[in-house]
Design a protein around this ligand. Structure first.
Ligand code: NAP
Length: 323
């Protein structure tokens, strides 16, 4: 057992988005033996989807790809090791975690920091994929400012779509909110606020058929034959946390997010969560890197406490009173 312990890493970081890369930097700074396992070769997560990021403190107007590369370069410069692989099985062992990789390998680590993120659900219509980053966006807070004074459509009927429409209505000349049903899934109060906005037009029972444009988006076409000329289409049809292999491993909320606090601690000892995959109020690059830092510091503290086990009082025994 002791021999196995020596063979295992201190921390296996799953995912190479901003949360994972920041966790890796902090793990190295804490002198931990860390490995980043990434599904996508040389990946940097969702950030590559943003044309321009101008809400990351100190780096206004940076391209999303460049920001991701800067994060990755920082981790590489600190000597962080990367491997390709998709983690698809997790087993708690006495002295850590045994992580199965889809290619058949097993990686052992004293702690896991899970940063696999959440992906935006796609609409699945013609033109969506081709025009992503060229007028199709999945994040109004990230990209909304590029549509100042322009016309946009938000697609969806949940709280994200409603919030996106509110946010864009303060920037855009006109915002169309397109929802496939009559009733909204999101807050009735926000729907009412949107109805009162002069530059918001709500179109219900409308199903998108195609997003059109050559170099950039020019229109949203609906299944009923209507064409809405817009400069941007914001797709807000829900998120999908990448937690399909975590059922029974760690507690998830009703939407599939890992229940974790700001320290990254989860229901499973030595298993930490960081970034968009955990329960949190604001999913942004800046909160993801903060999560990564917190989770790495928590992992270091966990490893330290495992080396020096604290003799915790047993609740079933009668506590001895100090003389
Ligand atoms: P959501 O609640 O799952 O809503 C997704 C919306 O997209 C639904 O209205 C759904 O329509 C629509 N949709 C799904 N697939 C579609 C398709 N193929 N074509 C057209 N429309 C489609 O997702 P969300 O808005 O991202 O919210 C996720 C969770 O976060 C929710 O629990 C939400 O309350 C919460 N949230 C809270 C806040 C807040 O409190 N401020 C802000 C954002 C999110 P149907 O309604 O017809 O199914």
């Amino acid at each position: 057992m002791e021999e196995n312990r020596k063979e295992s890493l201190d921390v296996l970081i799953i995912g190479s988005g901003p949360a994972g890369l920041c966790a890796a930097v902090y793990a190295k700074r804490a002198n931990l033996e860390a490995l980043v396992l990434e599904k996508e070769y040389l990946g940097t997560g969702q950030i590559t989807e943003s044309d321009q990021v101008d809400n990351y403190l100190g780096l206004p107007e940076i391209n999303g790809f460049d920001l991701g590369e800067a994060f990755r370069g920082h981790a590489l410069g600190m000597g962080v090791a990367f491997q390709d692989g998709m983690a698809d099985g997790f087993e708690k062992e006495a002295d850590g975690w045994s992580v199965h990789v889809a290619d058949g390998r097993t990686i052992r680590a004293k702690t896991v920091i899970y940063c696999a993120g959440a992906s935006h659900r796609r609409l699945g219509v013609e033109g969506e994929q081709e025009l992503t980053g060229k007028g199709v966006s999945y994040c109004a807070v990230c990209d909304g400012a590029f549509y100042r004074g322009k016309e946009t459509a938000v697609i969806g009927g949940g709280d994200t779509a409603l919030g996106d429409a509110m946010y864009l209505s303060d920037l855009c000349e006109k915002v169309y909110l397109i929802h496939r049903r009559k009733e909204f899934r999101g807050s009735a109060q926000t729907v009412q606020q949107l109805r009162e906005k002069e530059n918001v037009e709500i179109i219900t029972e409308a199903v998108p058929a195609r997003i059109s444009g050559e170099q950039t988006v020019t229109a949203l076409e609906l299944k009923d034959g209507r064409t809405i000329p817009v400069d941007g289409a914001f797709v807000a049809v829900g998120m999908q946390p990448q937690t399909q292999y975590l059922q029974g491993v760690v507690d998830l909320d009703a939407n599939g997010y890992i229940i974790a606090d700001e320290t990254g601690s989860t229901s499973a000892p030595g298993f930490f969560a960081a970034g968009d995959v955990r329960t949190k109020a604001l999913r942004q690059v800046i909160t993801a890197v903060s999560d990564g830092a917190n989770a790495a510091v928590s992992a270091a503290a966990y490893i330290r406490s495992a080396k020096q086990p604290v003799d915790l009082p047993d609740a079933n025994k009668t506590a001895k009173k100090e003389p």
